[in-house]
Design a protein around this ligand. Structure first.
Ligand code: PBG
Length: 317
């Protein structure tokens, strides 16, 4: 008799596992806040902290010691303005944080490349009235990219969903000689409610409207493939699907169709749902994040950006 359960016996179950998580696949996001001197807890993301310029290198060092291979940096500048000048300031928060981390660790440093944490209106591009200006934003993204590369960033990750951003960034990097800097494009980034806690973490809420004019409609699948194809054509070295868990169908299709290095971003809301339920005793946090990460990898992710990277590393699996 065919008995599937034979394959589920202890040890055999592990031997025939089709997916194995590896610390090598994980990226830890770090928020760096120019206005603080010691780490500060992020209320909407229990267990996560903002780092200061003084503390960020030590945190990066701790991650490296645990074996986490890469970090993704987000900056909170001391001042915001209409044009998001802090994003491309050569002495900006991210530029200094990258330099500090690169001085003391061998981590892969990925920088989020977007204006929204630096603009007073909180949008990912320049704004006229209530219109988000695509083409006028592109040179600023190029400038931001070269300033990150100059500070030592290995990978820049544009997350603003402006059209032609990858091409503009590649051109700017190449012209300045940063031909080895990689681009990880947030290619299929959806206008998701699951970014809610991040907006507290990075103080990147917006003053008017929403991001539906540039981020994708959660109802769409084919459009994601189109977005990914365009970003690859424009020169992306790696692509991303974001969020992760509600979009595993998209992730699977992107990996199968394009066979390029594919990242998934398990976003703040995916983190906080589990963390908050665990605080109430409703879920086992460790089991829940291990299951979620395994499923994201099963769906095709080569890399997973996760707020649990450090916790995963501590498990020593
Ligand atoms: C900025 C950006 C956002 C996230 C990453 N980069 C917020 C947004 O687009 O509104 C979300 C990450 C998370 O929720 O963990 N463009």
């Amino acid at each position: 008799m065919r008995r599937m359960r034979r394959l589920r016996a202890p040890k055999i179950r592990e031997m025939v596992a089709e997916t194995r998580l590896s610390l090598n696949d994980l990226v830890q996001p770090i928020f760096v806040d120019e206005r603080i001197s010691v780490p500060r807890a992020i209320e909407a993301m229990p267990g996560q902290f903002r780092q200061s310029l003084e503390s960020v290198a030590a945190e990066a060092g701790a991650l490296e010691d645990l074996g986490v291979p890469a970090v993704l940096l987000f900056g909170l500048p001391s001042q915001k303005d209409e044009a998001g000048c802090g994003a491309y300031d050569s002495h900006g928060i991210i530029q200094r944080a990258v330099a500090a981390i690169k001085e003391t660790t061998g981590l892969i440093v990925i920088t989020d490349l977007c204006l929204c944490e630096y603009t007073s209106h909180g949008h990912c591009g320049l704004v006229r009235g209530e219109k988000i200006l695509n083409d006028e934003t592109l040179p600023l993204l190029g400038e931001t990219a070269t300033s990150h590369a100059a500070a030592g960033a290995d990978i820049v990750a544009p997350s603003g969903m402006m059209d032609q951003m990858v091409q503009a960034i590649r051109a700017a990097l190449d012209v300045d000689g940063y031909t080895d800097t990689l681009i990880l494009s947030y290619a299929a980034k959806y206008a998701s409610t699951f970014y809610g806690p991040f907006r507290e973490a990075a103080e990147s809420g917006f003053a008017f409207g929403d991001r539906k004019g540039y981020q994708m409609n959660p109802a769409n699948f084919s459009e994601a493939l189109w977005e990914v194809q365009l970003d690859i054509e424009e020169g992306a070295d790696m692509v991303m699907v974001k969020p992760a868990m509600p979009y595993l169908d998209v992730l699977r299709a992107v990996k199968d169709m394009f066979a390029v290095p594919t990242a998934a971003y398990q976003v703040s809301g995916e983190y906080s749902m589990i963390a908050a339920a665990a605080e109430r005793g409703w879920l086992d946090e460790r089991a829940a994040f291990l299951e979620a990460l395994t499923c994201i990898k099963r769906a095709g992710a080569d890399m997973i950006i996760t707020y649990w990277a450090k916790e995963y590393a501590k498990l020593g699996l």
